[in-house]
Design a protein around this ligand. Structure first.
Ligand code: FES
Length: 105
């Protein structure tokens, strides 16, 4: 499935992310800046914060309680904020659009 990552500065990256990989892993393996992922994907750092495009937010299922708590540690979270290590790619997310915060470089 395809994911579109949009950097804070406006640069757009369209990449294929294999089913089962997380949106965080997809960015890291494609060298897309803007996702630090200090904890390596275990929902413990909030440096993989992304803003999911509002049209896609429902499809991602929203954060569980643990992620919800951790999102409070992200910088300036918004109503469609997610931790990208907690979004696993599926065919249903083909075309997903996420925006990267200016604070993760
Ligand atoms: Fe640390 Fe996602 S990589 S919370």
């Amino acid at each position: 499935p395809k994911v579109t990552y949009i950097e804070a500065g406006g640069e757009v990256h369209d990449v294929e992310v294999a089913t089962g990989l997380s949106v965080m892993e997809g960015a890291r393996s494609n060298g897309i800046p803007g996702i630090e992922a200090d904890c390596g994907g275990v929902c413990a750092c909030a440096t993989c914060h992304v803003f999911v495009d509002p049209d896609w937010y429902a499809a991602t299922g929203g954060p569980n309680e643990n992620e919800h708590d951790m999102l409070d540690c992200a910088t300036d979270p918004g109503p469609t904020s997610r931790l990208s290590c907690q979004i696993a790619m599926t065919g249903a997310l083909d075309g997903l659009v996420v925006r990267l915060p200016a604070t993760q470089r």
